[in-house]
Design a protein around this ligand. Sequence first.
Ligand code: CUA
Length: 317
Amino acid sequence: MDTTATFWLPTPSSTIAGEIDLLFYVIFYLTTFFFLLIVSLATYFTIKYRKTAENENDPMPFVGHSRLLEATWIIIPTAIVMVLFFWGFRGYLRLSIVPAEAMQVKVTGQKWFWSFDYPEGASTVNEMVAPVGRPVRLLMSSKDVIHAFFVPAFRIKKDVLPNRYGVSWFEANQIGVYDLFCAEYCGSKHSQMIGKVRIVSEQDYKVWLESASDLGKGLTPVQYGEKLFQLKACATCHTIDGSSSNGPTFQGIFGHEVKLANGSSVTVDENYIRESILVPSAKVVAGFQPIMPTFQGILKDKEIDALVAYIQSLGGK
Ligand code: CUA
């Protein structure tokens, strides 16, 4: 198979992509062939045998049947679909059976971001990093509704379900940055549940793992909080410029009282921010839906401290 992008498919970038593309094009051209054959014959016969002034009073012709013709249109399509079935089934098995030497990354989908946990302890949000030329097993689950993990360049797409683990895998064969999409409608920000898969050399992966395990190194709490605000996808729903999104803005709220959905009010302080990160539904600000996912198990205490410091730095009392 060629290794460049086409009008139909992006550049194949995993070991399995070539096989899948070949089957795709075989099905594509087969169906195109039969589409054109059937539509042009139907058009031709419609015109040729249409009712005209000359043949209007002709008797209905006798139409018999041809065993040879009928056998042909049964046997040939059956043979074709059987070939396609077993070919597709073989690909499905290859996609389902993870090579034994694969490294594992835990993938979690939730409204509306992806998080990744690596065996060495690092974790990332909306960006997965993996080495080239090594099979990666994806152990996937959802914290809320059904999402789907879709990397077009790797030709993998798999539903990510709550209360259940799903498994997929890939082996990237090219260094690069690839699009990751959620391919299952999961709510108002489904279209923004996008990320990247960054494929790096084995050497760069080691270096990255080390730095990813200690993100806050050399940063002040406010700088670290700002980094986390982006990295952990807070920015998907919260702004820092005073405008409202799916969630309240962080600008100028610290130390102020806010009205809650239940009619009471609360002062935005360290404890309120911490609670809102870990148990978001406890005190929802008036005018917003209780849609924020919990970050329990995703953010460590040190990271929550940094986010508190960052929100405080955005103004307020
Ligand atoms: Cu998650 Cu769509």
